[in-house]
Design a protein around this ligand. Structure first.
Ligand code: COA
Ligand code: MG
Length: 301
């Protein structure tokens, strides 16, 4: 299932955890990493594992993911040992250095799933794939790495700028500096090469709804299919932005109809414009997303 919005919830905050169900996100990411101070790590694990246990997978309105600490942080194994029995939909792995590290996580999950009596391979993986200096060079290697648990790739600028000793990750106009635009574009390409979701990074100013909507619009137009949220107020704008509009769905139907009307032809004209196979493929993708998001229990009310 495509995840449009993935809302971070600090795993040590009962108050915020309690707000998760009503946020309307396609997924929550129960966080054990950067939003939890070292002295609270041990206390957050039982909160997150109880939260999962109280919401069995079949009864979840929203997917439940857990962001563990980095594999070499000294916390990760205790994180996994605490949460896998709760049958999370997936694990987000921060500061992932590349596919080899994701494979290591996958092996841990192989064992923990058996121990917990879960279906083998049922816990997905979402790496934050640009948070070390080496990571961006390995993005292309996710395709063909045989990582069957991989659900998507996402990127982050804050840890990458810290990793390279940068005092800013912005350009003089306030957009991402080139290094971060590069990491973002490589993430987009790597995700599509691997056949998984390309997930846009967070919009840090959670009171700026107009700016969030505009940057979601651009991200989706470029091929991202979902986005990280850090505040409940960001969920609706993100869900709406990553759902095709009525006009887009209508246009996609007309494109499909135009090809259907001329069987065996690779190129047609519509509204004075040439359409060929990439346009048809895009129209099918829009209609698939439209159907997924506007029918059943995931339709926005
Ligand atoms: N998940 C669930 N509930 C949240 C939430 C979140 N991510 N962010 C805020 N809320 C709740 C607040 O608890 C508050 O409810 P309350 O009044 O009952 O306590 C309500 O939504 C409004 O919050 P608001 O006052 O606008 O924000 P805040 O100052 O309490 O929190 C942040 C701001 C940034 C600290 C908070 O949004 C947050 O913790 N975000 C997630 C951070 C994170 O996980 N980062 C890691 C990834 S980078
Ligand atoms: Mg971080």
């Amino acid at each position: 299932m495509t995840l449009r919005s993935l809302l971070f919830v600090p795993g040590d905050s009962p108050r915020k955890l309690a707000k998760g169900d009503a946020a309307g996100a396609d997924a929550l990411i129960l966080d054990l990493e950067d939003s939890v101070a070292p002295e609270n790590k041990a206390g957050a694990r039982p909160l997150v594992s109880a939260y999962l246990a109280e919401r069995p997978r079949g009864a979840r309105a929203t997917e439940l993911w857990v962001r563990i600490n980095p594999l070499d942080s000294g916390y990760a194994l205790a994180d996994l040992a605490a949460v896998v029995a709760g049958d999370p939909d997936g694990i987000m792995i921060p500061k992932a250095d590349g596919p080899a590290e994701v494979r290591r996580l996958s092996h841990y999950l192989d064992a923990l799933e058996v121990q917990a009596g879960l279906e083998p391979g049922s816990v997905g993986i979402l790496p934050v794939a640009t948070e070390t200096a080496a990571a961006p060079f390995r993005l292309g290697d996710y395709a063909g790495a045989g990582l069957t648990r991989l659900r998507g790739l996402t990127w982050g600028a804050e840890d990458l700028s810290a990793a390279v000793g940068a005092s800013t990750n912005l350009d003089p106009e306030g957009g991402w500096a080139f290094t971060y635009r590069l990491a973002r574009s490589l993430t987009l390409l790597a995700a599509h090469a691997a056949g998984v979701q390309a997930i846009e990074t967070l919009h840090v100013d959670f009171s700026d709804e107009a700016g969030l909507r505009e940057s979601c619009r651009r991200a989706r137009a470029e091929g991202f299919t979902g986005r990280i949220a850090i505040h409940p107020a960001q969920v609706r704008p993100i869900n709406e932005s990553f759902t095709p509009s009525v006009a887009e769905a209508d246009h996609a139907r007309r494109v499909v109809a135009a090809f259907a009307a001329t069987p065996g032809v690779g190129v047609v004209g519509l509204d004075g414009k040439m359409l060929d196979m990439p346009h048809l493929k895009q129209a099918h993708a829009v209609l698939a997303a439209w159907t997924a998001f506007t029918t059943g229990d995931r339709a926005d009310e």
